[in-house]
Write a protein that binds this ligand. Structure first.
Ligand code: MG
Length: 379
């Protein structure tokens, strides 16, 4: 059970929901960080009274420092600030809710400090999965997933003493806002339409990733590292209702699933309270009114990002960091209206074909692959 938590990315969707959970559980806050949402960060700092707040953006930092002069809260900036928040001695848990590969270095630092990682930054495992998991073993850091699918699997694995008894992990996918559509129908689709997710309320980047199914691809890679499973032991099934959050199939063909209302506050809370459970922050699931549960195979032709991610997972090494870096830049360009929907997979595919793969990469190799992928897309 967590006593004090530092939140990397406290003003985003996960960060805000986690503070609701923290307030309800009476957990204290060690550090809060954001990029440049100064007003919200100030409000959170005044309410939760952390030791440290970080605005990674320099101008935002100066603004925030001015606003908090009447408090004894330390204010810091940049990657150094993020690193300081990650290893703050008061906190036993670090919730990593920043978006993108920027979370990798602070997560590694928190792992080396032996913290519990409540992991909501999937790009960290996508880019540096083996390194992060090996270091977690070495430094005795627990990694508890916040991503709803991985939390579901984590919950289905409680009491599983022998990982060899796992036959297959089954990740469920909502299918995103464009399920059932064809490639021809989606060629000209704009970001505004892609931002309308049917079941989950999330930030812009992850919502576009859900529309392209890259999100499921990133989660495939995340699951591979988190549970040390080869790609061939992970399946994806489209489940439109988002009631079953994922499943584990064991060698005796027993299949365990975790069900619940689609609300991130449950996996957030479980990451804090595990191995215990506390009364829930979410609505109970009413099986009589939740409707029929359906399943379908993912459409890899209409959503090539998922196929690219699974291919990068099989290649291994820095391929997944290239996939992620290229996708981050492509999604940003798509959100700005600079490129079309299918330019996202085209650019990711080109980066994967261009940037050489390094197997068993060190942190420098991962960051270099990420940079090279971004440059390829920029060009
Ligand atoms: Mg998810």
């Amino acid at each position: 059970m967590t006593n004090c938590v530092s939140i990397l990315g406290s003003t985003g969707s996960i960060g805000r929901q986690s503070l609701e959970v923290i307030a309800a559980l009476g957990i204290s806050v060690g550090a809060l960080t954001a990029n440049r949402s100064v007003s919200l960060l100030e409000e959170q700092a005044r309410r939760f009274r952390p030791k440290l707040v970080v605005a990674t953006d320099e101008a935002a930092y100066l603004d925030l420092k001015g606003r908090l002069t009447d408090t004894n809260i330390r204010v810091a900036t940049g990657m150094e600030g993020l690193m300081e928040a990650a290893v703050l001695p008061e906190a036993d848990t670090v919730l990593t809710a920043v978006v993108g590969v920027v979370g990798l270095r602070p997560t590694l630092a928190a792992v080396e400090a032996g913290k519990r990682i409540a992991l909501a930054n999937k790009e960290t495992l996508v880019c540096g999965g083996k390194l992060v998991m090996d270091n977690a073993d070495r430094f005795g850091a627990q990694i508890v997933p916040v991503d709803s699918e991985h939390s579901a699997i984590f919950q289905c694995l409680q009491g599983c003493a022998d990982r060899g008894a796992i036959k297959r992990l089954i990740l469920t996918a909502s299918g995103g806002p464009f399920f059932g559509r064809t490639r021809a129908e989606l060629e000209g689709v704009k970001a505004a339409q892609a931002l309308k997710h049917p079941n989950w309320s999330m930030g812009a980047k992850i919502t576009i990733d859900s529309a392209t199914l890259m999100n499921k691809g990133l989660e495939f890679i995340e699951a591979m590292h988190l549970y040390r499973m080869p790609p061939e032991k992970i399946s994806i099934v489209v489940h439109r209702q988002s009631i079953i959050h994922s499943l584990v199939e064991y060698c005796d063909n027993a299949v365990l699933a975790q069900l619940g209302a689609p609300d991130m506050r449950l996996p957030i809370q479980y990451a804090f309270t595990w191995p215990e459970r506390m009364p829930g922050p979410i609505e109970p699931l009413d099986l009589l009114t939740c409707g029929e549960l359906g399943f379908a195979a993912p459409d890899l032709t209409t959503f090539p990002c998922l196929a690219l991610a699974m291919e990068a997972a099989r290649t291994g090494g820095t391929a997944t960091a290239v996939l992620n870096g290229a996708n981050e830049v492509a999604v940003e360009k798509y959100l700005q209206g600079e490129i079309g929907f299918y330019d996202i997979p085209r650019l990711v595919e080109r980066a994967l074909a261009t940037v050489p793969v390094v197997q068993a990469p060190l942190l420098e190799d991962i960051l270099a692959a990420d940079r090279a992928a971004r440059e390829t897309v920029m060009r």
